[in-house]
Design a protein. Structure first.
Length: 306
């Protein structure tokens, strides 16, 4: 009886001690890490799907995550910088993306093979299609002909900083300091990335802002400019803007969209960021989709993480 009790106690201690490093295997490609099911995504060994990750800021909401690990991650003890992104279902494979997806995993593997980067961990949060605009908006404003009446952007960013990042830093080999932590996204994801990076300059040092919604249907979103002036420069940053000249195929709106991004770029210079911290890329022929964001991702990534 004592031997049986000893075995039971030993097993309990084994699975509870040093929880940081523990991963309980369910089968060959699925495990439980810190209470969440983690498995390979679509058979890609260095792309992990974390199922039903809690977002306490949204009171009971759960969301899937995708975590890309650099080539060689599992064969080494090396630590890596991290880039947090949104719209995870569009970042890696083409299955659920309307325009082929970003295919970031293929891009990074090519850059590693070319010896242009040592790699980065990408953490993508799935969007909730029905609430995407609210979750990526820190303020009320008119988006085309619909008003964002229940902005949840502040809560979403709080989730990334205070729930998601601690989990990733605990369970993956990250370089967790601000100098090695960035955030990036496109469209409304560009808006919320800019907001997150500027608000939490103590957490993020790099922001990739692709085709950001700095203007709505008929007017600039004045809140984002007022916010930028109020926050100002608190740390040295690297902020890269990219915008197309034919984002929506509507001449007047496209012009305003481009000018709104240029205005933000100039505003950041006015409030103290120098030219070495800022970059603006414009493709006058580019439209608002993943094909162009994927095209410019390598250049922006390499500049942010050089």
């Amino acid at each position: 009886m004592k031997n049986i009790l000893f075995v039971i106690i030993s097993f309990v201690l084994l699975i509870t001690y040093n929880h940081k490093a523990d991963a309980i295997s369910i089968n060959s490609d699925e495990k439980i890490v810190d209470g969440y099911v983690v498995k390979e995504y679509q058979g890609i060994s260095n792309l992990e799907l974390i199922k039903d990750f809690d977002i306490p800021q949204f009171k009971g909401v759960k969301r899937d995550l995708l975590v890309y690990l650099p080539v060689g991650y599992k064969e080494s003890n090396k630590r890596y910088p991290v880039l947090y992104m949104h719209d995870a279902q569009n970042l890696f494979t083409i299955d659920s993306a309307n325009y082929g997806g970003w295919q970031i995993n293929k891009t990074l593997e090519r850059l590693i093979a070319e010896d242009r980067t040592e790699g980065v961990i990408i953490v993508g949060v799935y969007n909730d299609g029905s609430n995407r605009a609210s979750e990526y908006s820190p303020w009320e404003y008119w988006l085309f002909y619909n008003k964002i009446k229940n902005p949840l952007g502040e809560e979403y960013v709080d989730f990334i900083v205070n729930k998601l990042k601690p989990y990733i830093d605990k369970n993956y080999r990250t370089l967790s300091d601000r100098e090695n932590t960035g955030i990036a996204g496109s469209s409304l994801g560009g808006l919320i990335s800019f907001y997150a990076g500027l608000r939490y300059q103590n957490v993020f040092s790099k922001i990739g802002v692709f085709s950001p919604y700095f203007t709505a249907e008929k007017a600039k979103i004045k809140e984002v400019y007022n916010f930028s002036k109020k926050v100002g420069k608190r740390e040295n940053m690297k902020i890269c803007f990219y915008v197309g000249g034919k984002e929506f195929g509507r001449t007047e709106y496209d012009k305003n969209y481009l000018e709104a991004t240029k205005e933000m770029y100039n505003l950041l210079k006015d409030i103290g960021f120098d030219e070495n911290e800022l970059r603006l890329l414009v493709d006058k022929k580019a439209v608002h989709n993943e094909r162009y964001w994927a095209k410019y991702f390598p250049e922006i990534f390499l500049w942010l993480y050089e």
